[in-house]
Design a protein around this ligand. Structure first.
Ligand code: G3P
Ligand code: CA
Length: 263
């Protein structure tokens, strides 16, 4: 019956720990990624920026200001300089209800460190951020994926930049890609847009705010995955699952886990 179907639907939803379990711990730290694992996130979401000396690091913003005690652009920092920064204390100040002394002084991880820590069979959902600022970042990402023998069956690469995704696709067509999308009002997608995305990607990641049932069903019926971001409330998680999304990004993978269990 309908209830059994609904439960069936809930079971396979891909739970993506957005910047790690970033509702609970400072985003893009090893601690946040570990917490994501513990809270049953299937994937670790990693945003990439590149240092002055060409190292890929896990950070959302082009500037270090919001998530560290430093100031200025990542591209003006060497990795050694980035490693001097405190990537945890800001969180304790911003979210006193989630603050923990052990977050003080956490370091910004490199992608290489994340791969070493979590291994080749971990599911990674990696975003090329500001690819126009960092020429060659796709090539460097692929080099590390190959160096650490990352399982390509459980790897997803995402970007707002279709150019960056097409570059990845040309470098290695076996890498599964997700086109990120951002809507500022009621989300609409045409057959032509879907067809164009299907040329290189296996799914789309739209912001969830302006989605509707028709949009979700159109995308799913086309054979593309749909992973909206960033969904933190259980009621909305349930609604999106009812509409047919195949996964979602959340700062609270524990909440999505409960929703999947029908709690
Ligand atoms: O990657 C999905 C979502 O994270 C995109 O937005 O700004 O949080 O990277 P942003
Ligand atoms: Ca992201």
């Amino acid at each position: 019956g309908a209830t059994a179907m609904a439960k069936e639907k809930h079971k396979d939803i891909v739970n993506v720990s957005h910047r790690g379990a970033s509702g609970h711990a400072p985003e893009h730290t090893i601690k946040a990624y570990k917490m994501g694992e513990k809270m049953h996130g299937d994937y670790i979401e990693i945003d990439l920026q590149m240092t002055k000396d060409g190292k890929l690091i896990a950070m959302h913003d082009e500037k270090v200001d919001r998530t560290t005690n430093g100031t200025g652009l990542v591209k003006d920092y060497t990795l050694e300089e980035i490693k001097q920064l405190d990537a945890g204390s800001w969180f304790n100040e911003a979210y006193p209800e989630y603050a923990k002394p052990k977050y003080e002084g956490l370091k910004v991880p490199t992608l290489e460190e994340v791969f070493k820590k979590f291994g080749k069979n971990k599911r990674y959902y990696i975003e090329t951020k500001s690819p126009e600022v960092y020429p060659g970042m796709e090539k460097e990402l692929l080099r590390l994926v190959n160096k650490y023998d990352i399982n390509k069956k459980t790897l997803l690469v995402q970007s707002f930049s279709s150019l960056s995704l097409k570059t990845m696709h040309e470098l290695d067509p076996s890498i599964n890609l997700v086109q990120l999308l951002s809507y500022k009002s009621n989300a609409v997608i045409t057959d032509a847009e879907i067809a164009a995305i299907k040329e290189y990607a296996i799914g789309v990641g739209p912001n969830h705010t302006y989605l509707n049932k028709e949009y979700v069903q159109k995308v799913v019926n086309s054979g593309l995955e749909i992973h909206p971001y960033t969904v933190n409330e259980k009621e909305r998680m349930n609604q999106l699952i009812d509409w047919g999304v195949t996964g979602m990004f959340t700062n609270f993978p524990d909440r999505l886990h409960e929703v999947k269990k029908g709690k």
